[in-house]
Design a protein around this ligand. Structure first.
Ligand code: FDA
Length: 285
């Protein structure tokens, strides 16, 4: 793992930085490249613009590592293992109100939450077929996790993985992560074709990888519309529009909320060149 990436991932978990960095206007300006704003209205407005380009939206209200039950209840966040039953009730409350045609995606956080998150997902999937789960290609275990989920006809969003993980549990080299992603993508696409998977979504901005699994999907007889690529707001915009124009299902994840610091610093870690946005905004004042 690159030194800069390690430093940034460590910074993303730093409480002091989280409390202080978000007060600076240059940080707020820099984050606006990846997030239309903190308010739900900002996210909805961005989704409308995307819709005019035939690009769908997935919304994420940012929040994680919630520390007590009242806070967890207030924001109805879904991923923590402080109380599996509370988590289940919160997620169920969201799913009960969600239209059956929209997938409620459960994100995957660092590896110590994977077992609890998958257990939660299995529980909700029995009652709510429109629940979806994110799986991370950098983890060695994901191949087996996917195999165990497929009999339940899940909806899966495959991503590379954004956290700092030890080499005992995750591929340390990017090349190996990419290869594992491709292997898992093929598995998912075959499952989709055989109707063993309700929805297969590929959360990546890696154009070479997108070309590889798109080629595989079309050769396997999937239609372009069945090929679903999800990207983050503000990243690879031209590619988002190209995919939508060509008839693929392209969705953009639009984040909003005030708890953006760790999420934003992970975006910097994914591409340290993004630090220039921060630096440029320092000088803009
Ligand atoms: P990779 O990092 O190889 O990037 C490929 C290319 O894309 C780069 O060369 C660059 O051009 C561009 N790019 C990538 N990231 C960029 C950035 N931040 N800024 C500018 N350009 C960038 N992770 C996780 O652990 N749990 C989760 O639940 C999710 N959820 C999720 C949902 C969706 C819809 C997406 C797109 C991603 C996630 N992720 C995630 C994040 C994911 O694990 C991963 O860290 C990022 O997608 C970056 O990896 P890529 O697949 O884009 O490839």
């Amino acid at each position: 793992m690159g030194l800069m990436r390690s430093l940034l991932l460590a910074a993303s978990q730093n409480q002091w930085l989280r409390e202080h960095a978000t007060r600076y206007s240059f940080m707020r300006s820099a984050v606006s490249r990846f997030m239309p704003g903190e308010r739900l209205d900002d996210a909805l407005e961005a989704a409308q613009i995307l819709q005019s380009k035939k690009i769908g939206a997935v919304f994420t209200h940012l929040g994680e590592n919630i520390g007590d039950q009242s806070e967890a209840r207030r924001v109805t966040e879904h991923y923590l293992d402080l109380s599996p039953d509370l988590c289940f009730d919160n997620l169920k409350a969201i799913l009960e109100r969600a239209p059956k045609s929209s997938v409620v995606w459960v994100d995957m956080e660092a590896s110590n939450y994977v077992d609890a998150t998958l257990e939660l997902y299995r529980r909700v999937l029995q009652a709510f077929p429109n629940a979806g789960i994110c799986l991370q290609a950098y983890l060695y275990r994901t191949r087996e996790d996917l195999a165990k989920l497929l009999p339940l006809r899940p909806s899966v969003r495959l991503v590379k993985g954004a956290y700092r993980e030890p080499r005992e549990i995750a591929y340390p080299r990017k090349r190996d992560v990419d290869e594992n992603y491709f292997a898992l993508a093929k598995e998912l696409l075959r499952a989709k074709k055989a109707n063993r998977c309700a929805r297969a979504a590929f959360g990546t901005h890696d154009l070479a990888l997108i070309r590889r699994f798109s080629g595989f999907a079309l050769a396997e007889g999937c239609s372009k519309a069945e090929l679903e690529v999800q990207m983050l707001y503000g990243i690879q915009r031209a590619e988002q529009e190209r995919l939508a124009r060509e008839g693929c299902t392209c969705m953009v994840l639009v984040s909003y909320g005030t708890y953006w610091y760790p999420w934003f610093v992970r975006r910097l870690a994914e591409r340290p060149a993004n630090l220039w946005f921060v630096v440029r905004n320092v000088f803009k004042g």
